[in-house]
Design a protein around this ligand. Structure first.
Ligand code: UD1
Ligand code: UDP
Length: 366
């Protein structure tokens, strides 16, 4: 059996590399990897962390890429790879434009698609944008659906996607076997120099397209107020390489005491920092899945989430994108130990670290 994995952004790579490692343990499966290169530096960081070499890189990233250029570049450049490799199955991940376009390109070659991280939904096609539509369309194209949770399976059932749906857990939990280490020494000097016993680390990330502009300004202003108010915190904010994100973030937060704006961290530093931090403020999907495993409260700076499992478990709260709402929710957790403890307990609603094995077993049985 020949499998072609296609992915192109940082979060896809973090969740597909553990699966590539698992597939490559099986001699009867030939596993090839095609990167679209929708991301460049942030993708390379992940491939290096997992020590995985790709077979193809379509290298599509442009400084000011649009949803259209990503889609058309993937469609055009993936076609010859599919024709040459003739895989039995193409595996794509989640909800990026790489995933949708790769699924469509595979369909055009009549190659079955396996969708890893299937069935997440908000019900609003404009939030997250364009991810909700990307995953709807990918789910429609796919033959095999690897759903992280039962709730994700129910979402697919309600769209009449019933065949070949498997609840596997999320492969991000499997990734910790590679990334999380006791006595870990950080690569980034800023992270090495933090006194983790005297300071509470607040980890911040934000990058979503629908948060660009005013919402991101609100996020930054709220974080500035937190740093001004709490002299024992250290805000660590690895800033996404999107120029539209960097302009706003550096404009409002550069040079503010107790806030460290740093370059994107490699995933080894990131996962080990989550393990040591006090609180996570984010609009990221992946961090909502990762931090609960370490018992770290997450405040989601969005108006909804497609990952309600950890909200139900009490470790994640959706706080919206208004400055006052973000500030007061975070301030409460920093000032009130009781409120903090209510959220700070480890839960694993997204898997037991064996998702990749389950996916491989399904593929072997086809
Ligand atoms: C993409 C995904 C989003 C995912 C996010 C993870 C789409 C439409 N969006 O959004 O779902 O949550 O990745 O981070 O698929 N850039 C670099 N180097 C890099 C990466 C990005 O310079 O390694 C810059 C480039 O200028 C690029 C810009 O960031 O044009 C935007 O990248 P893009 O992939 O279009 O959007 P993201 O916001 O990263
Ligand atoms: N991440 C990382 N370095 C960073 C920021 C994030 O390794 O500087 C990891 C994070 O732990 C998670 C993933 O990248 O696994 C999330 O990616 P991102 O926020 O870019 O995308 P999303 O999850 O929102 O699609």
């Amino acid at each position: 059996m020949k499998i072609l994995m296609v992915f192109g952004t940082r979060p896809e790579a973090i969740k597909m590399c553990p699966l590539a490692l698992e597939l490559r343990k099986h001699k009867e499966i030939e596993c090839k990897i095609c990167l679209t290169g929708q991301h460049r530096e942030m993708l390379r960081q992940v491939m290096e962390a997992f020590e995985i070499q790709e077979d193809y890189n379509l290298n599509i990233m442009r400084k000011s890429q649009t949803l259209t250029t990503i889609t058309t570049d993937v469609l055009e450049k993936l076609e010859p790879v599919l024709i040459e490799e003739k895989p039995d199955v193409v595996l794509v991940h989640g909800d990026t434009t790489t995933s949708f376009a790769a699924a469509l390109a595979s369909f055009y070659q009549q190659i079955p698609v396996g969708h890893v991280e299937a069935g997440l939904r908000t019900g609003n096609i404009y939030s997250p944008y364009p991810e909700e539509m990307n995953r709807l369309l990918t789910g429609r194209i796919a033959t095999y659906h690897f759903a992280p949770t039962e709730r994700n399976r129910s979402n697919l059932l309600s769209e009449n996607i019933e065949k070949n749906v498997y609840v596997t857990g999320n492969t991000v939990i499997d990734s910790f076997k590679t990334t999380v280490k006791e006595n870990y020494v950080f690569h980034n000097p800023v992270l090495c120099n933090i006194n983790y016993t005297d300071h509470r680390v607040v980890l911040v990330t934000a990058h979503r397209r629908e948060n660009l502009g005013l919402p991101l300004q609100n996020i930054c202003r709220a974080i500035k107020r937190l740093a001004e108010r709490h002299t024992d915190i250290e805000v660590i904010y690895p800033v996404h390489l999107n120029p539209a994100v960097r302009e706003t973030v550096y404009d409002i937060l550069d040079g503010v005491d107790r806030i460290k704006l740093i370059e994107p961290m490699d995933v080894l530093d990131m996962h080990n920092l989550i393990a040591r931090c006090n609180l996570v403020l984010t609009d990221s999907g992946g961090l909502q899945e990762e931090a609960p495993s370490f018992g770290k409260p997450v405040l989601v700076m969005r108006t909804e989430t497609e990952r309600p499992e950890a909200v139900d478990a009490g470790t994640v709260k959706v706080v919206g994108v208004k400055e006052e709402d973000i500030f007061s929710a975070a301030n409460l957790l920093l000032e009130n130990e009781g409120e903090y403890k209510l959220m700070a307990h480890a839960v694993n609603p997204y898997g037991d670290g064996h998702a990749c094995e389950r996916i491989v077993t399904v593929l072997q049985n086809q």
